[in-house]
Design a protein around this ligand. Sequence first.
Ligand SMILES: Cc1cc2nc3c(=O)[nH]c(=O)nc-3n(C[C@H](O)[C@H](O)[C@H](O)COP(=O)(O)OP(=O)(O)OC[C@H]3O[C@@H](n4cnc5c(N)ncnc54)[C@H](O)[C@@H]3O)c2cc1C
Length: 296
Amino acid sequence: MWELKEYRFAATAQEAGALRRQGPGKGAYIAGGTDMYLQPVDCDFVVDINNAGLSDIARTPAGDLFLGAATTLHNIATNPLVADFAEGMLIQAASHCGNRPVRSTATVGGNLCHALPSADMAPVLLALDATCYIADEESQESVPLADFFVSPRVTVLDDRLLVGLALPAEAATRRCASYKLTRSAEDISLVQVVVALGVENGKIETARIALGAVAPVPMRAVLAEAQLVGQSVADISLDLVADAAAIAAGECEPRDDHRASAEYRRDMVRVLTRRQIMKALHDETTITKDSGGTVA
Ligand SMILES: Cc1cc2nc3c(=O)[nH]c(=O)nc-3n(C[C@H](O)[C@H](O)[C@H](O)COP(=O)(O)OP(=O)(O)OC[C@H]3O[C@@H](n4cnc5c(N)ncnc54)[C@H](O)[C@@H]3O)c2cc1C
């Protein structure tokens, strides 16, 4: 039983910070509450941020996509501005997170701030180079999402508020593919793989391979990414893609649990990374005409 002494409502991000610091005792922010009600945080009071002006989805004149931290997963999954960005990859991630009732209150900020290795929104946002905007009453800071997670359930936030996330305009045109491997449609990820490739003049200029549920925190497979950069889409070989996938499998640090063994997870990173790279290349490559390599 969660015994709270007080439930406070913030009307702005600044007020949220002030209400949290005000005491007495220890405070915590609450958004959708879908994680907090399941695993109550040790605190005396909560500050509700749902009406603090943090629920906007907007595209800046420069083309960056901004997601307020308190935007629900349902709103992300149904917003046309999100559909237009990176082949709808964020929609896919949001609509595979939990079930419909959960998505209608669960927020993108809560998903990241709870900081589980299996947080479904983390790999797609990592693959699209998201920046986190963080604030308290006195200061504001922006931190790349790649530097946001410290360890399971720990982020760089301390007592600060995640205000929102920005995705650069350049990521909007990346070729993307992702896969969430689960035991059932509503279960959390066993393995998640997101591939996002920036292609210019037929060459891979930017490669992102982000992985979920296979390390203490959501991660990028940077060595595997490096294999792909500079490659011509038309000429890339099946062997090179298979090598990149094997490198990604070597980079992750999965562990055994009741859902799957570490060995299975690592092998699924290899298989799914290879498949997502192929999908992201949109079959433009001559890859399938190569030496008869198999897809496994
Ligand atoms: C039935 C069910 C199924 C689920 N399935 C999935 C799934 O498939 N995939 C998945 O990834 N998750 C799943 N979840 C977990 C959960 O729904 C998500 O992680 C959700 O996005 C959390 O958001 P929230 O707004 O409910 O967070 P809350 O519970 O409100 O908060 C979570 C944590 O983040 C902190 N916090 C929230 N917002 C901020 C902020 N802006 N700044 C600083 N700190 C903040 C809170 O203090 C708390 O510590 C499931 C949950 C349930 C109940």
